[in-house]
Design a protein around this ligand. Structure first.
Ligand SMILES: NC(=O)C1=CN([C@@H]2O[C@H](COP(=O)(O)OP(=O)(O)OC[C@H]3O[C@@H](n4cnc5c(N)ncnc54)[C@H](OP(=O)(O)O)[C@@H]3O)[C@@H](O)[C@H]2O)C=CC1
Ligand SMILES: Nc1nc(=O)c2c([nH]1)NC[C@@H]1CN(c3ccc(C(=O)N[C@@H](CCC(=O)O)C(=O)O)cc3)C=[N+]21
Ligand SMILES: [Mg+2]
Length: 276
């Protein structure tokens, strides 16, 4: 039976340290979150971010825009925050409605305030060993590895999922930590055969309980990024936790695993920006 990686507890510890840092700062770090439309899942994340910011002492603002807002209006709003010294971080919650071009929106954010690390400038910096802003979910997972003494050096890491916000940056960070990295996705033939080879398995696909114990090598470290609703309306991961916990050596639960760490790293980067 594996050990559970307590993301909630680690996040609380890190947040307590951040609160001390912020208390000693004359100018408080500021974070603005822009959310378009009424996606209920997005609303939950945004509420959690707000709660955490308040707890740490970060000045936080949420701009809620109607689903019908135009791309140009959203760009001008971002431009005002680019100029506003009270905000050190700007986050535009994804996904955006279909009529808005996400690439254009991400480009509009001043890279110095891009606390998500999604701007192509920051992506390029990270890929070339000059990272300044790191996507928060992969960054939080690396902090979990550190806290639980998971050494990636020479290990076979398998990343399932290749999105710009999780899979690709996670692939890169594990490569930088000297793992041998395989990336799997929806066109992978025989996914289980690939994941069974993993010493470290990170899953970000958005398919509830896709990964059962037949996908996991005994003793593997399993990180579940997924956030899905079960038919009964429960929040569940991409990994069947109850089954896989008996095979894995270390495993993250959902909720209480990766999610709280994502939010923590967002606060970390906002504070770091404010100190610059
Ligand atoms: N806890 C947290 O902090 C966060 C959680 N999430 C959650 O993580 C999950 C993934 O998010 P995100 O990366 O944005 O998702 P995307 O939908 O952007 O990407 C999903 C990836 O999974 C792949 N995939 C889908 N189905 C399968 C399958 N059956 N077998 C193998 N690969 C598959 C897709 O392949 P292809 O490229 O071929 O389409 C794609 O690369 C979601 O549940 C999301 O809610 C996301 C961000 C943060
Ligand atoms: N620009 C942008 N940046 C993001 O970082 C971003 C985004 N868009 N869009 C959506 C995804 C998803 N995401 C989560 C963050 C925290 C939890 C989280 O706090 N989860 C808690 C509880 C969730 C609950 O109880 O509903 C947990 O797992 O314990 C989940 C998901 C950030 N994302
Ligand atoms: Mg779109």
């Amino acid at each position: 039976m594996g050990e559970i990686i307590d993301g909630r507890k680690l996040a609380d510890e890190m947040q307590a340290n951040m609160a001390e840092t912020v208390a000693s700062m004359v100018k408080k770090p500021g974070l603005v979150v822009i959310i378009v439309g009424e996606n209920p899942a997005s609303q939950t994340y945004v509420r959690n971010k707000e709660k955490t910011a308040v707890k740490i002492g970060i000045h936080s603002k949420i701009d809620r825009l109607p689903e019908t807002v135009s791309e140009d209006e959203l760009v001008s709003l971002i431009e005002t925050y680019n100029q506003d010294d009270n905000f050190h971080g700007i986050l535009v919650q994804l996904p955006l409605p279909k009529h808005i071009d996400e690439d254009r929106i991400l480009l509009a954010i001043d890279p110095r305030k891009d606390v998500d690390g999604f701007h192509p400038f920051n992506v390029g910096k990270m890929m070339t060993g000059q990272a300044e802003m790191i996507p928060c979910t992969p960054y939080g997972i690396m902090k979990m590895f550190e806290a639980y003494n998971v050494d990636l050096n020479g290990k076979h890491a398998v990343m399932v999922g290749r999105s710009n916000i999780v899979g690709k940056p996670m692939m890169h960070l594990m490569l930088d930590a000297n793992a041998t990295v395989t990336v799997a996705h929806s066109r992978t033939v025989d996914l289980a055969a690939v994941t069974k080879e993993a010493d470290i398995l990170v899953v970000a696909v958005g398919q509830g309980h896709l990964i059962d114990k037949s996908y996991v090598k005994p003793g593997a470290v399993v990180i579940d990024v997924g956030m899905n609703r079960s038919p009964e309306g429960k929040l569940i991961g991409d990994v069947n936790f109850e089954e896989v916990k008996d095979v894995a050596s270390l495993i993250t639960p959902v909720p209480g695993g990766v999610g709280p760490m994502t939010i923590t790293m967002l606060m970390d980067q906002t504070i770091r920006n404010a100190q610059k």
